[in-house]
Design a protein around this ligand. Structure first.
Ligand code: NAP
Length: 265
Protein backbone atom coordinates (compact mmCIF):
# COMPACT_ATOMS: atom_id res chain seq x y z
CA UNK A 1 0.00 0.00 0.00
CA UNK A 2 1.21 3.51 -0.75
CA UNK A 3 0.43 5.05 2.64
CA UNK A 4 0.39 8.67 1.44
CA UNK A 5 -3.07 10.17 2.04
CA UNK A 6 -4.25 6.90 3.62
CA UNK A 7 -6.15 7.14 6.91
CA UNK A 8 -4.19 5.42 9.68
CA UNK A 9 -5.79 4.84 13.11
CA UNK A 10 -3.37 3.90 15.90
CA UNK A 11 -4.49 2.85 19.39
CA UNK A 12 -2.13 3.47 22.28
CA UNK A 13 -0.50 6.39 20.45
CA UNK A 14 -0.02 8.55 23.55
CA UNK A 15 3.33 6.87 24.32
CA UNK A 16 6.17 4.63 23.15
CA UNK A 17 5.71 2.51 20.02
CA UNK A 18 2.30 4.04 19.15
CA UNK A 19 3.66 7.58 19.42
CA UNK A 20 6.63 6.82 17.15
CA UNK A 21 4.42 4.91 14.70
CA UNK A 22 2.15 7.96 14.35
CA UNK A 23 5.21 10.13 13.59
CA UNK A 24 6.54 7.58 11.08
CA UNK A 25 3.23 7.41 9.15
CA UNK A 26 2.91 11.22 9.29
CA UNK A 27 6.35 11.53 7.67
CA UNK A 28 5.04 9.40 4.76
CA UNK A 29 2.05 11.75 4.31
CA UNK A 30 -0.61 9.55 5.93
CA UNK A 31 -3.69 11.10 7.58
CA UNK A 32 -3.44 10.20 11.26
CA UNK A 33 -6.11 9.34 13.80
CA UNK A 34 -4.43 8.97 17.19
CA UNK A 35 -6.24 7.21 20.04
CA UNK A 36 -5.59 6.53 23.74
CA UNK A 37 -6.94 7.61 27.14
CA UNK A 38 -4.38 10.39 27.89
CA UNK A 39 -5.77 13.39 26.02
CA UNK A 40 -2.96 15.74 27.11
CA UNK A 41 -0.36 13.43 25.50
CA UNK A 42 -2.45 13.07 22.34
CA UNK A 43 -2.68 16.87 22.10
CA UNK A 44 1.11 17.08 22.42
CA UNK A 45 1.61 14.51 19.64
CA UNK A 46 -0.97 16.15 17.42
CA UNK A 47 0.80 19.52 17.74
CA UNK A 48 4.10 17.84 16.85
CA UNK A 49 2.60 16.22 13.73
CA UNK A 50 0.79 19.39 12.63
CA UNK A 51 3.93 21.46 13.31
CA UNK A 52 5.69 19.30 10.71
CA UNK A 53 2.88 19.90 8.19
CA UNK A 54 1.07 16.63 8.88
CA UNK A 55 -2.63 15.88 9.37
CA UNK A 56 -3.85 14.55 12.70
CA UNK A 57 -7.20 13.87 14.36
CA UNK A 58 -7.42 13.11 18.08
CA UNK A 59 -9.88 10.54 19.35
CA UNK A 60 -10.06 9.42 22.98
CA UNK A 61 -10.55 5.71 23.59
CA UNK A 62 -10.48 3.10 26.29
CA UNK A 63 -10.15 -0.19 24.42
CA UNK A 64 -11.68 -2.12 27.34
CA UNK A 65 -15.00 -0.36 26.73
CA UNK A 66 -17.01 -1.46 23.66
CA UNK A 67 -18.98 1.81 23.55
CA UNK A 68 -15.79 3.85 23.65
CA UNK A 69 -14.34 1.77 20.80
CA UNK A 70 -17.54 2.14 18.73
CA UNK A 71 -17.49 5.88 19.36
CA UNK A 72 -13.81 6.05 18.27
CA UNK A 73 -14.63 4.24 15.01
CA UNK A 74 -17.63 6.50 14.31
CA UNK A 75 -15.69 9.70 15.02
CA UNK A 76 -12.82 8.73 12.72
CA UNK A 77 -15.20 7.63 9.96
CA UNK A 78 -17.18 10.86 10.29
CA UNK A 79 -13.99 12.95 10.18
CA UNK A 80 -12.10 11.22 7.34
CA UNK A 81 -14.82 9.12 5.68
CA UNK A 82 -12.70 5.96 5.80
CA UNK A 83 -10.07 3.98 7.72
CA UNK A 84 -7.36 2.31 5.63
CA UNK A 85 -4.96 1.11 8.31
CA UNK A 86 -5.78 0.05 11.87
CA UNK A 87 -2.79 -0.37 14.20
CA UNK A 88 -3.89 -2.27 17.32
CA UNK A 89 -1.07 -1.21 19.61
CA UNK A 90 -2.64 -0.34 23.00
CA UNK A 91 -1.29 -2.68 25.62
CA UNK A 92 0.62 -3.19 28.84
CA UNK A 93 2.34 -5.87 30.86
CA UNK A 94 2.79 -6.78 34.51
CA UNK A 95 5.39 -9.49 34.99
CA UNK A 96 5.11 -11.84 37.96
CA UNK A 97 5.41 -15.58 38.65
CA UNK A 98 1.95 -17.07 38.18
CA UNK A 99 1.76 -18.21 41.82
CA UNK A 100 2.31 -14.62 42.97
CA UNK A 101 0.41 -12.78 40.21
CA UNK A 102 -2.57 -10.59 41.03
CA UNK A 103 -5.67 -12.00 39.27
CA UNK A 104 -6.82 -8.46 38.47
CA UNK A 105 -3.58 -7.77 36.55
CA UNK A 106 -4.06 -10.99 34.58
CA UNK A 107 -7.68 -10.09 33.74
CA UNK A 108 -6.83 -6.47 32.89
CA UNK A 109 -3.98 -7.49 30.57
CA UNK A 110 -6.34 -9.84 28.70
CA UNK A 111 -9.00 -7.11 28.54
CA UNK A 112 -6.65 -4.54 26.99
CA UNK A 113 -4.13 -6.63 25.02
CA UNK A 114 -6.44 -9.28 23.55
CA UNK A 115 -10.11 -8.30 23.98
CA UNK A 116 -9.21 -4.68 23.13
CA UNK A 117 -7.86 -5.89 19.79
CA UNK A 118 -11.02 -7.94 19.17
CA UNK A 119 -13.23 -4.91 19.98
CA UNK A 120 -11.32 -2.65 17.57
CA UNK A 121 -11.36 -5.27 14.81
CA UNK A 122 -15.11 -5.83 15.17
CA UNK A 123 -15.77 -2.07 15.11
CA UNK A 124 -13.52 -1.19 12.16
CA UNK A 125 -12.88 -4.16 9.88
CA UNK A 126 -16.53 -4.25 8.61
CA UNK A 127 -15.83 -0.80 7.11
CA UNK A 128 -12.69 -2.16 5.44
CA UNK A 129 -14.78 -5.03 4.06
CA UNK A 130 -17.13 -2.39 2.55
CA UNK A 131 -14.12 -0.54 1.09
CA UNK A 132 -12.70 -3.85 -0.21
CA UNK A 133 -9.28 -2.85 1.13
CA UNK A 134 -7.46 -2.19 4.36
CA UNK A 135 -4.63 -3.33 6.58
CA UNK A 136 -4.81 -4.43 10.23
CA UNK A 137 -1.56 -4.37 12.19
CA UNK A 138 -1.63 -6.15 15.55
CA UNK A 139 1.28 -5.29 17.82
CA UNK A 140 1.93 -8.64 19.50
CA UNK A 141 5.39 -9.46 20.90
CA UNK A 142 8.21 -11.98 21.00
CA UNK A 143 6.33 -12.94 24.18
CA UNK A 144 3.64 -14.26 21.82
CA UNK A 145 6.04 -17.05 20.81
CA UNK A 146 8.25 -17.46 23.84
CA UNK A 147 6.87 -17.35 27.40
CA UNK A 148 9.78 -16.72 29.75
CA UNK A 149 9.32 -17.24 33.51
CA UNK A 150 7.27 -14.35 35.05
CA UNK A 151 5.72 -13.56 31.61
CA UNK A 152 2.88 -16.10 31.91
CA UNK A 153 0.02 -13.61 32.27
CA UNK A 154 1.35 -11.19 29.64
CA UNK A 155 2.58 -13.82 27.17
CA UNK A 156 -0.85 -15.49 27.17
CA UNK A 157 -2.39 -12.26 25.84
CA UNK A 158 0.17 -12.06 23.03
CA UNK A 159 -0.13 -15.78 22.11
CA UNK A 160 -3.85 -14.99 21.85
CA UNK A 161 -3.25 -12.01 19.55
CA UNK A 162 -1.10 -14.15 17.26
CA UNK A 163 -3.80 -16.84 17.08
CA UNK A 164 -6.48 -14.24 16.40
CA UNK A 165 -4.37 -12.67 13.65
CA UNK A 166 -3.74 -16.02 11.96
CA UNK A 167 -7.48 -16.74 11.78
CA UNK A 168 -8.47 -13.20 10.74
CA UNK A 169 -5.85 -13.07 7.95
CA UNK A 170 -7.57 -15.86 6.01
CA UNK A 171 -11.12 -14.75 6.87
CA UNK A 172 -10.64 -11.29 5.30
CA UNK A 173 -8.21 -12.14 2.49
CA UNK A 174 -11.02 -12.22 -0.11
CA UNK A 175 -11.88 -8.58 0.71
CA UNK A 176 -8.36 -7.33 -0.04
CA UNK A 177 -7.61 -6.80 3.66
CA UNK A 178 -4.15 -7.64 4.97
CA UNK A 179 -3.26 -8.65 8.52
CA UNK A 180 0.18 -8.23 10.07
CA UNK A 181 1.58 -9.18 13.47
CA UNK A 182 4.52 -7.14 14.72
CA UNK A 183 6.58 -9.00 17.29
CA UNK A 184 9.15 -6.86 19.08
CA UNK A 185 11.60 -8.03 21.68
CA UNK A 186 12.23 -5.59 24.55
CA UNK A 187 11.72 -1.96 23.48
CA UNK A 188 12.82 1.11 25.43
CA UNK A 189 9.43 2.67 26.35
CA UNK A 190 7.48 3.48 29.56
CA UNK A 191 6.11 -0.10 29.27
CA UNK A 192 8.82 -1.26 31.69
CA UNK A 193 7.82 1.24 34.40
CA UNK A 194 4.77 -0.96 34.98
CA UNK A 195 6.05 -4.36 33.85
CA UNK A 196 8.71 -4.88 36.50
CA UNK A 197 8.47 -4.26 40.22
CA UNK A 198 12.23 -4.98 40.37
CA UNK A 199 15.07 -3.55 38.21
CA UNK A 200 14.92 -4.63 34.55
CA UNK A 201 16.87 -7.92 34.12
CA UNK A 202 20.22 -7.67 32.35
CA UNK A 203 19.08 -9.96 29.52
CA UNK A 204 16.17 -7.61 28.67
CA UNK A 205 18.45 -4.57 28.80
CA UNK A 206 20.95 -6.24 26.49
CA UNK A 207 18.33 -6.77 23.75
CA UNK A 208 16.52 -3.42 24.25
CA UNK A 209 15.66 -1.56 20.98
CA UNK A 210 14.31 1.90 20.23
CA UNK A 211 10.56 2.38 19.55
CA UNK A 212 11.49 4.22 16.32
CA UNK A 213 12.80 0.90 14.94
CA UNK A 214 9.48 -0.81 15.64
CA UNK A 215 7.61 2.13 14.08
CA UNK A 216 9.63 1.85 10.86
CA UNK A 217 8.97 -1.91 10.79
CA UNK A 218 5.21 -1.27 11.08
CA UNK A 219 5.18 1.24 8.21
CA UNK A 220 7.26 -1.12 6.04
CA UNK A 221 4.96 -4.05 6.83
CA UNK A 222 1.98 -2.04 5.55
CA UNK A 223 3.80 -0.73 2.47
CA UNK A 224 5.13 -4.18 1.54
CA UNK A 225 2.20 -6.26 2.90
CA UNK A 226 4.34 -8.42 5.19
CA UNK A 227 2.24 -10.81 7.37
CA UNK A 228 4.64 -11.26 10.28
CA UNK A 229 7.60 -9.18 11.45
CA UNK A 230 10.12 -9.80 14.23
CA UNK A 231 11.87 -6.70 15.57
CA UNK A 232 14.81 -6.91 15.34
CA UNK A 233 14.87 -9.48 12.52
CA UNK A 234 17.76 -11.18 14.37
CA UNK A 235 15.19 -12.45 16.93
CA UNK A 236 13.56 -14.76 14.33
CA UNK A 237 16.06 -17.64 14.86
CA UNK A 238 15.12 -17.71 18.57
CA UNK A 239 11.53 -18.56 17.61
CA UNK A 240 12.75 -21.22 15.14
CA UNK A 241 15.07 -22.69 17.77
CA UNK A 242 12.19 -22.92 20.25
CA UNK A 243 9.96 -24.64 17.66
CA UNK A 244 12.69 -27.20 16.92
CA UNK A 245 13.92 -27.82 20.48
CA UNK A 246 11.26 -26.71 22.98
CA UNK A 247 12.63 -28.62 25.98
CA UNK A 248 16.18 -27.35 25.56
CA UNK A 249 14.87 -23.84 25.00
CA UNK A 250 12.71 -23.93 28.17
CA UNK A 251 15.70 -25.16 30.22
CA UNK A 252 17.74 -22.20 28.89
CA UNK A 253 15.11 -19.58 29.80
CA UNK A 254 14.66 -21.24 33.22
CA UNK A 255 18.40 -21.15 33.86
CA UNK A 256 18.58 -17.45 32.91
CA UNK A 257 15.67 -16.72 35.26
CA UNK A 258 17.33 -18.48 38.18
CA UNK A 259 20.66 -16.77 37.45
CA UNK A 260 18.94 -13.34 37.51
CA UNK A 261 17.25 -14.31 40.81
CA UNK A 262 20.52 -15.85 42.03
CA UNK A 263 18.72 -19.12 42.83
CA UNK A 264 20.47 -22.52 42.51
CA UNK A 265 19.88 -24.16 39.12
N1 NAP B 1 8.05 -2.11 25.23
C1 NAP B 1 8.25 -3.38 24.94
O1 NAP B 1 9.27 -3.98 25.32
C2 NAP B 1 7.27 -4.14 24.09
C3 NAP B 1 7.71 -5.33 23.47
C4 NAP B 1 6.81 -6.05 22.70
C5 NAP B 1 5.52 -5.62 22.52
N2 NAP B 1 5.11 -4.46 23.13
C6 NAP B 1 3.73 -4.04 22.92
O2 NAP B 1 3.74 -2.80 22.26
C7 NAP B 1 2.53 -2.09 22.55
C8 NAP B 1 2.87 -0.66 22.96
O3 NAP B 1 3.64 -0.70 24.14
P1 NAP B 1 4.76 0.39 24.49
O4 NAP B 1 6.02 -0.33 24.74
O5 NAP B 1 4.75 1.50 23.51
O6 NAP B 1 4.21 0.85 25.92
P2 NAP B 1 3.76 2.29 26.49
O7 NAP B 1 4.77 3.30 26.12
O8 NAP B 1 3.46 2.05 27.92
O9 NAP B 1 2.40 2.60 25.68
C9 NAP B 1 1.23 1.86 25.90
C10 NAP B 1 0.08 2.56 25.21
O10 NAP B 1 -1.11 1.79 25.39
C11 NAP B 1 -2.15 2.68 25.76
N3 NAP B 1 -3.19 2.00 26.53
C12 NAP B 1 -3.03 1.23 27.64
N4 NAP B 1 -4.23 0.83 28.10
C13 NAP B 1 -5.17 1.37 27.27
C14 NAP B 1 -6.58 1.32 27.21
N5 NAP B 1 -7.31 0.65 28.12
N6 NAP B 1 -7.21 1.98 26.20
C15 NAP B 1 -6.50 2.65 25.29
N7 NAP B 1 -5.16 2.74 25.28
C16 NAP B 1 -4.50 2.11 26.27
C17 NAP B 1 -1.46 3.78 26.56
O11 NAP B 1 -2.23 4.99 26.50
P3 NAP B 1 -3.09 5.64 27.68
O12 NAP B 1 -2.48 5.21 28.98
O13 NAP B 1 -3.00 7.10 27.39
O14 NAP B 1 -4.46 5.10 27.45
C18 NAP B 1 -0.17 3.95 25.77
O15 NAP B 1 -0.36 4.86 24.71
C19 NAP B 1 1.83 -2.89 23.64
O16 NAP B 1 0.81 -3.68 23.04
C20 NAP B 1 2.93 -3.79 24.20
O17 NAP B 1 2.41 -4.97 24.74
C21 NAP B 1 5.97 -3.71 23.90
Amino acid sequence: MNVKDRVVLITGSSSGIGWETALAFAERGSLLAIAARSLNKLNELSELIRGKGGTCFIVPVDVTDSESVASMANKVLKHYGRIDVLVNNAGFGVYAPILEADMKDIQDMMDVNYLGVVRCIQAIVPHMVGQKMGHVVNVASMAGFVAAPTHGGYAATKFAVIGLSEALREEVREYGIKVTTINPGPVDTPFFEKAYSEPIPKVAKRFMRKPEEVAQAIVRAVEEEIPQVMVPAGMAPIVKFKALMPTLFARGTGRLYRMEKKQPD
